[in-house]
Design a protein around this ligand. Sequence first.
Ligand SMILES: Nc1nc2c(ncn2[C@@H]2O[C@H](COP(=O)(O)OP(=O)(O)OP(=O)(O)O)[C@@H](O)[C@H]2O)c(=O)[nH]1
Length: 408
Amino acid sequence: MLVGKLKLKRDSERRTRLLDRLAEPPEAGHELFVGFSSLRDTFSRHHHSRDFSFAHARYLRSRVLALGIIFAILSPLWIVVDALVLPTELLKYTLVGRVVLILGLVAVLLLALYSQERIRRIRLCAGMLLALPAAFYTLILVMLPPHELHNLVGYGFIPFLLVASLSVFPFTILESLFAGIAMLALQVFSQMVDGSWLTGRGAEAFWLLSSLLVVSMAANHFQLSLLLRLYRQATHDPLTGLFNRGALEEHLAKIQAWQRDTEGLDSAGSVPCSLLMLDIDHFKQINDTYGHSVGDGVLCQFAELLIGQTRKHDCTARYGGEEFVVLLLGSGQARAMEVADRIRFAVETFEFRDRERQRISITTSIGVTQLMQDEPAQEALKRADEALYRAKHAGRNRVIAAAPLSPG
Ligand SMILES: Nc1nc2c(ncn2[C@@H]2O[C@H](COP(=O)(O)OP(=O)(O)OP(=O)(O)O)[C@@H](O)[C@H]2O)c(=O)[nH]1
């Protein structure tokens, strides 16, 4: 009787465990391998898009400001520690170095504060933030007589502090590696000065610093891959992989700023840009006839076709539902009309397929307008939308240009 009850209980527990396991979501891959698969993107900036570089720069800037403020507060506090432990004749060396260091840190902070989205300048600020304390340490090593170096309590810790600081920034692995090698060189120099180079103590410190560098690079990798993943989720349409509406609007504002910046550089004026707004004709019928998942497949094929019909520096976005926007860089309205008609023809003749590989006939209507550098981008989008609306009412499968803007 008791044995039967125990067996029943065991069977029920086994069933529960089995059901629990079935309820678990399927794994997309082991967490560790998912992390490593993004190594290509975190190793160097080579594969980053221009728009991600802007987002990256904004993030880097916030870290530069935070760490810069921490360094700028800690440096004068260290003067108190120096005053307590250093003999008076050595104090003047460190004091001069510290004042120069604090002034340098303030300059870096101001530069970062006024750099907003200047990617190069922000990277320079991040580099300076690490280079300044390293230069201060080098200066002290050079200026102080070698027999006095043992008085520098905690100064030998500076390369370790800087290598640990690398993990605070979303640097690429390559950037951290370069900075880390410079810190290792500084460590070797300090060991040569204090005589611990090629001794057991020196080797141990070198090994520790190298290990810390590897840990910092791993932190950079995970930080940057998370940033990339969040950026993609926030800016890209998950179905087609194109830019979403929000990212397009931000991109347009940046392009207009770039048009204004480059205006004076060429006698022909700023680079013209045009917008195409495209809508798949009678898309509801496709959903109703073939089902929503085939409709999704058509949207993806349409997106691929648009990418194939435009150049790398043009921008293609899914504006919503079955509406898409293409930004043509360097094309005025007349050229944009030609491109739009080429796309319209390509869609008409493209062999869209359903699940059974049956051909689905599709056409698209397109509204075209030129993007003016001094107008809100929303205005240009509205003009393109109105032209698209007219193309729909004129019978669909056609390209219509927006009415030219009245001067002034
Ligand atoms: N499969 C699929 N359908 C979508 C998606 N987003 C929007 N739609 C559908 O797109 C259809 C749009 O229909 P309408 O706005 O009536 O336009 P239309 O049928 O294309 O007609 P016209 O634009 O006037 O030529 C709706 O049925 C939406 O459900 C999507 O992500 N996937």
